[in-house]
Design a protein around this ligand. Sequence first.
Ligand SMILES: C[S@@+](CC[C@H](N)C(=O)[O-])C[C@H]1O[C@@H](n2cnc3c(N)ncnc32)[C@H](O)[C@@H]1O
Length: 218
Amino acid sequence: MNDAPGDHILRVADITRPLEFDTARPLEVEVGCGKGRFLTARAKANPDCDFLGIERMLGRVRLFDGKCRRGGIDNAKVLRLEALYTFHYLLPAHGVRTVYVFFPDPWPKRKHRSHRLFGPLFLNALWKRLEIGGKIEFATDHEEYFGVVKDCFAADGRFEEVAPMERPRELWTEFETLFRGQGLAVHSAAWRSLPASDEPLAPLTVPPEAEPRQIAGR
Ligand SMILES: C[S@@+](CC[C@H](N)C(=O)[O-])C[C@H]1O[C@@H](n2cnc3c(N)ncnc32)[C@H](O)[C@@H]1O
């Protein structure tokens, strides 16, 4: 039983080594899990699966941890790390049954679009980590981004669109509860991964504009 503060926060001593999971138990992963409303409810209802949330904001990670402790949830952990890096380097190959991405930051301004999660790099890493036949569930309030994400998957022959899961109110995320309360529309879609040629992932590179700048004279 995990019940001390921080017990549900996954500590990674060496971020160059892949994470290890119990391969006898299905693994589900949520990207940008926030305070964990969805994933902790799902973990509580599915004690035979393991759940990993990935979230970069420390305050939200701590709230996720608190929810697990108060709820007596033993099968969920949260990792405070960048999602693309985690998918690219740390998750087991074809070891994840379901990935959830709910209300990812839509980066609506044109000049910020390169920050969006969905694109060829994420789809490559996603396919590599999903079990063949594993699913990705996606939801957003942002109609334009919804169209972009659907186009990304439609252009990638390694995925086929399937019906999204039914999510009753207790499986709404924090942002979703807010958006639905404001009467905003929520767009949902899901895809299943298909067998395909299993190439190694090319190393992630940092674009020149994102390289740390040299400070003159130092
Ligand atoms: C708009 S919020 C949605 C949170 C939650 N999914 C919900 O629906 O309530 C997006 C979340 O994703 C996290 N996030 C955004 N980009 C991330 C990244 N690259 N790696 C890890 N977390 C990320 C943010 O910190 C934030 O908590």
